[in-house]
Design a protein. Structure first.
Ligand code: 1CP
Length: 347
């Protein structure tokens, strides 16, 4: 489905056109800090049930747009849908987080994985179509997927991990098996994002949430190369699709990521000085970021100063205002409103 043409400031910025007021959206803007999300979740009985129900996914995607008028709406889904399509079972342990079975402990387990039913991701495309049909015309519609390294860390451990040690060990211990897993994730992700685009999203973000634990050589092989392969695959199939890359924790490696993957725009996390990013990234390349989610929780002067520093640092580039990582569940709604006022200059 193609949405009606309209001026969408976020999409224009991602294509390289600076706006005097930076467009904004917040990573994880659809979720637990919103009372209307928590109410629906209690009624529907859990995250996955909602993510795979097009009606619920549509409603949750729209909640932050209705409440705050953000410039971008991100599809309500998860990066762990791709492991489901690749054949792992996914569920969420209450109070703990995602579980994937069987965990891919070694090359034999990777090779034994048989793809799930071909219609596994159809509810996601149905949700995208529904949302594309009702989203206000000036709001850019964003799809997403996890980047292969980050998705692989969950597939290998069978759950989230603080250090990604199981995946890092496998990457050294059996690099060929790791490569086979990464190649499968790349192929499925290209298909997944192309179908999201064909169903109605205008831009996609590649979340590499765990890119920050890799050595430079490992970063080149497991972050830069697979993201470049996804970008190349998508360019061939969807020349209009805009791609944001977010290699969280990349630090100085952000420059190689930006120049070598072919993404249109890069997300910058909160550990990076915005003045450095503004200087170091290729001229004219759109940047997205990079307010510390904890500065948003702090609020008041701390928030105002942090926002002003980011706005000043990115004043000469196409800039999308965002957090450096996802909004935290205990973020006060009033602080989100204060942030929006500060960025848009109405207070
Ligand atoms: O209600 C609940 O308890 C569910 C919490 C939740 C939500 C709201 C999960 C489980 N996923 C989501 C939605 C989600 N996940 C979105 C929706 C759109 C939005 O941004 O509003 C997106 C983009 C994601 C992406 C995602 N999922 C990432 C990458 C971004 C990041 O935050 O680093 C990752 C790592 C995940 C895995 C995941 N899904 C859910 C949880 C709790 C986790 C993290 C698990 C862990 O590492 O232990």
């Amino acid at each position: 489905m193609r949405r009606s043409p309209a001026h969408r400031p976020l999409l224009a910025t991602l294509k390289g056109e600076r706006q005097s007021i930076p467009p904004m959206w917040l990573m994880r803007q659809a979720g637990r800090y919103l009372p209307e999300y928590r109410a629906l979740r209690a009624e529907k009985g859990g995250f996955l049930a909602m993510a795979l129900d097009p009606e619920s996914a549509c409603e949750i995607t729209l909640q932050p747009i209705r409440r705050f008028g953000f410039d971008g709406a991100i599809l309500f889904s998860d990066i762990l849908t791709v492991p489901m399509a690749l054949g792992q079972d996914l569920w969420f342990e209450t109070g703990e987080g995602p579980r994937l079975a069987p965990p891919l402990a070694d090359g034999a387990a990777i090779d034994a994985l048989t793809p799930g039913a071909p219609d596994t991701l159809d509810p996601v495309y149905a949700a995208v179509e529904k949302i594309a049909g009702v989203l206000p015309p000036e709001v850019t519609f964003l799809g997403f997927a996890g980047s292969p390294w980050t998705v692989a860390t969950y597939m290998i451990a069978g759950q989230g991990s603080r250090t990604q040690e199981a995946a890092r060990r496998l990457a050294y211990g059996d690099a060929a098996a790791m490569q086979r897993l990464i190649d499968r994730i790349v192929a499925t992700t290209i298909e997944y994002l192309a179908r999201q685009h064909e169903s109605g999203v205008e831009a996609v973000q590649l979340f590499d949430s765990w890119a920050g634990t890799l050595s430079p050589e490992q970063f080149e092989r497991w972050v830069i190369a697979p993201n470049a392969a996804i970008v190349a695959g998508l360019r061939a199939r969807c020349p209009e699709l805009v791609i944001i890359g977010f290699p969280k924790g990349a630090g100085a490696k952000l420059v190689d990521y930006a120049t070598q993957t072919g993404v249109d725009a890069v997300g910058v996390d909160e550990t990076v000085a915005p003045e450095w990013a503004a200087r170091a990234l290729p001229a004219g390349m759109p940047v997205q970021g990079n307010l510390d989610p904890l500065a948003l929780i702090a609020g008041g002067d701390t928030l105002a100063r942090a926002v002003d520093r980011i706005l000043a640092a990115f004043a000469d580039r196409p800039h999308v205002f965002n957090l450096g990582h996802g909004i935290l569940p205990d973020t006060p709604i009033a602080h989100v409103e204060a942030l929006i006022d500060r960025v848009r200059g109405t207070r």
